[in-house]
Design a protein. Structure first.
Length: 345
């Protein structure tokens, strides 16, 4: 998931302002609807304050109101424009005075702004030709799922092809270490030097004295042959076997398919043998398959195999799926740090 900060602005001219003096508390002048970064908004200006506290303090109130039926994270800046041309605009920005730096608006007609925006006496100095000009700049976090090419990037040299032929026994010396897969008894040959260079786990395993007595066979008890061969292919070539990638397909909503998926097992193997790049590829693949049906099981995979990127993606997906309860809970306890970590990562 990619999250971008997009921005836009709008200018609202309040004409015949003198007719709105003394309009009364809770009475708003509202702009027409306008679109900013894909969402519909209005500006609501309360000359006598949106509440009794503002009215008694002699302050005007100003808000933006979300008109789209959506959930929006936004920053905003309000300006009362200096019409003299001197540039002395009155400005209030979200996040000033230790306030929450952003607003979360959930559903249509929710507002964000200032109850005590500007002293009405000060506001009068910005009136010209019986008009006030209110400008707002809005920055919104928008997100989208970015599907990334995952399997087999064309290599810049033929080293991967050559090493693949070495693994297949079509070129170079035969393997000097053999792995017996306990689940089906299949024996798979490989080369100690390649494995030791690619994986610290294999390097440690093959450095033991008994591993130097050829031909040596190591029993693999917790990885099935299809996964182990795909992992070896990646260690030699830097890619996954094309036929395995095509066989994998998309994850469905069935729990068994998530559990039995090649990428889930490849993630486990990559974690076990400390293959960082392979683990990142598996995480990326699984992140692109997060859905309401699979998120719980993918989160379990992430916790089990310490897949931090997949874990973060699942947590954000769950947070967005349950936005209402989570948002109000977080605001009630003023948990700013965790809120930012979920929404800005």
């Amino acid at each position: 998931m990619v999250r971008r900060l997009e921005k836009g602005s709008y200018e609202f001219v309040v004409k015949e302002y003198s007719l709105h003096r003394g309009i009364g508390v809770h009475k708003a002048i509202e702009s027409e609807k306008f679109m900013v970064v894909g969402h519909s908004w209005t500006i609501r200006f309360y000359p006598d304050g949106e509440g009794v506290d503002a009215f008694n303090a002699g302050d005007a109130s100003l808000y933006i109101s979300l008109k789209s039926d959506s959930t929006v994270w936004c920053f905003h800046e309000f300006y009362i424009v200096d019409q003299s041309g001197k540039g002395n605009h009155f400005c209030r920005k979200s996040g000033e005075n230790n306030e929450q730096p952003f607003s979360c608006l959930v559903g249509s007609c929710m507002m964000s702004g200032y109850l005590h925006f500007i002293d009405k006496a000060c506001l009068e100095s910005y009136v010209k030709d019986d008009c006030i000009i209110i400008s707002v700049k809005i920055r919104v976090f928008n997100s989208h799922i970015q599907m990334l090419p995952l399997i087999k990037v064309p290599p810049s040299s033929n080293i991967g092809t050559d090493l693949g032929k070495l693994l297949e026994g079509k070129r170079g010396p035969p393997g000097d270490v053999f792995f017996k897969i306990a689940t089906d008894g299949e024996s798979i040959g490989a080369h100690k030097s390649v494995l030791a260079a690619r994986s610290p786990v294999f390097r440690s395993l093959l450095s033991n004295d008994h591993a130097h007595r050829p031909p040596h066979e190591i029993v693999i008890r917790d990885v099935e042959s299809r996964v182990f061969k795909a992992m070896l292919w990646f260690m030699y070539t830097g890619t996954l076997p094309e036929e395995e990638g095509e066989r994998e397909g998309d994850l469905s909503s069935e729990h068994s398919i998530v559990d039995e998926s090649l990428m889930g097992k490849m993630l486990a193997a990559a974690n076990q043998y400390k293959l960082k790049r392979l683990k990142e590829i598996c995480e990326s693949c699984l992140m692109n398959r997060i859905s309401k049906e699979s998120v719980t099981y993918l989160l379990h995979l992430a916790y089990t195999y310490r897949a931090t990127q997949l874990e973060a993606a699942c947590v954000k997906f769950q947070a967005q799926a349950e936005f209402g309860n989570i948002i109000y809970m977080m605001f009630s306890i003023n948990n700013k740090g965790f809120l930012i970590s979920i929404c800005l990562i």
